[in-house]
Design a protein around this ligand. Structure first.
Ligand SMILES: [Zn+2]
Ligand SMILES: [Zn+2]
Ligand SMILES: [Zn+2]
Ligand SMILES: [Zn+2]
Ligand SMILES: [Zn+2]
Ligand SMILES: [Zn+2]
Ligand SMILES: [Zn+2]
Length: 232
């Protein structure tokens, strides 16, 4: 049995009632939610407020999607739309460039980062692991990661933090990066930022925090060369 309040009419079964509410011009029926409404404005109000409906405000006919994800991917691919800036771009390439420069998106995997320096640090993980430990055969994507492995990670060659510091201070380049004040062992040859560990100083040189780098001829590149010979 079913009863339609709006029409004050009884029906022999629920199926017949639904059939009536779906087909009668007096009713507006939401097919997705299987719910009848008494007027077009009631139906529209339902669509705007329901979590089962997601309207694209950029489409002329307000296309309706069943989930937030579907709406997001529609707006991204069709409108090249950036949600956080509420802005459309002409091409997907422009949206991508915008995401990379304004939202710190990784161009390799598409993840987003809080700051450009976080992104920069993350990008190192996509670099090929082509830097082989001087003490064993393990490979790393950055020299600072290799040093960290030597300092703390129990490299099979049994080199450790103290030995790295000793070798670093023995190197003839050490006058360029040794730190003579406080508890610090090293400092950046360019900006004099102090570091306890060689891995920290190398990470600083690998980042864009300052001009210092591991380019050939720079003090830290010469240190790495010295370290390789000492551990051979
Ligand atoms: Zn009815
Ligand atoms: Zn609905
Ligand atoms: Zn749309
Ligand atoms: Zn944006
Ligand atoms: Zn990435
Ligand atoms: Zn090793
Ligand atoms: Zn520096």
């Amino acid at each position: 049995m079913g009863y339609c309040e709006l029409c004050d009419k009884n029906f022999g079964s629920m199926g017949a009632l639904i059939q009536h509410q779906r087909d009668s011009p007096r009713h507006r029926y939401c097919l997705r939610c299987e719910k009848p409404f008494n007027s077009l404005s009631a139906l529209n109000q339902h669509i705007r407020g329901s979590p089962k409906h997601h309207l694209c405000h950029l489409c002329p006919g307000s296309l309706d999607f069943s989930s937030r994800d579907e709406l997001d991917s529609h707006q991204e691919t069709v409108h090249h739309y950036c949600n956080s800036c509420d802005r459309c771009f002409n091409t997907s390439g422009q949206l991508r460039d915008h995401d990379i420069s304004d939202h710190n998106m990784c161009s390799v995997c598409g993840d987003y980062f809080q700051s450009s320096s976080n992104l920069k640090a993350h990008l190192i993980t996509h670099q090929p692991k082509d830097k082989e430990c001087f003490g064993c055969y393990k490979k790393f994507s950055s020299w600072s990661a290799m040093l960290l492995h030597m300092e703390y990670d129990g490299c099979p060659s049994e080199v450790d933090e103290d030995e790295i510091i000793g070798i670093a201070l023995e190197c003839y380049q050490s006058k360029r990066y040794r730190c003579d004040y406080g508890e610090y062992n090293f400092e950046c040859p360019t900006c004099a930022s102090p570091f306890l560990q060689m891995s920290g100083l190398l990470q600083h040189a690998e980042s864009d925090a300052c001009q210092e780098s591991l380019a050939q001829g720079r003090p830290l590149s010469k240190f790495l060369h010295f370290l390789r010979i000492r551990l051979a």
